[in-house]
Design a protein around this ligand. Structure first.
Ligand SMILES: [Zn+2]
Length: 152
């Protein structure tokens, strides 16, 4: 095995055009097998996700799948958050149907706000009454130097 730094097309991530620049690759000169060492992979995937949401055209199916996975969501949980059926998610991811403009925005926001949204009880999305609007009564207070919700 010979180790060198290479520019590596990272197709394992599911996206065809991600190149890891100057990454350590060990190649066997006899059989051509290789091993690649990718450090801090979660951070890398977060970075790719943040870069994807900067794009100014609609997401491809592969990008939608990558973003969903980077959010740590199954197709079912993703469909619930996006307000579509799991079949629609499948059509998006296979490029059989384009993601709509609202869903596109929502996906960008979910990725942008990443950690914040993991605290959100997504079952609530199914219980939203979109026919009426009512003022929210909310109390907030500083507890141990962090804002917390208390009774209004
Ligand atoms: Zn070999």
């Amino acid at each position: 095995m010979t180790a060198r730094r290479e520019n590596y097309r990272y197709q394992e991530c599911g996206l065809p055009y991600v190149t890891l620049k100057g990454i350590g690759v060990s190649r066997c000169s006899n059989c051509g097998n290789y091993e690649i060492s990718i450090p801090r992979i979660e951070e890398l995937h977060r970075l790719i996700a943040k870069a994807l949401i900067e794009k100014t055209t609609r997401f491809t199916g592969a990008e939608i799948r990558f973003l969903r996975k980077s959010l740590g969501l199954s197709a079912t949980d993703f469909a619930l958050r996006m307000g579509v059926t799991v079949e629609t998610v499948s059509r998006w991811e296979h490029g059989a149907a384009p993601i709509g403009p609202q869903a596109d925005r929502l996906l960008r926001l979910l990725v942008a706000q990443g950690r914040l949204t993991t605290q959100y009880p997504e079952q609530q999305l199914d219980r939203i009454n979109t026919k009426t609007a009512k003022e929210t009564r909310l109390g907030v207070t500083l507890e141990d130097e962090e804002w917390a919700v208390v009774a209004a």
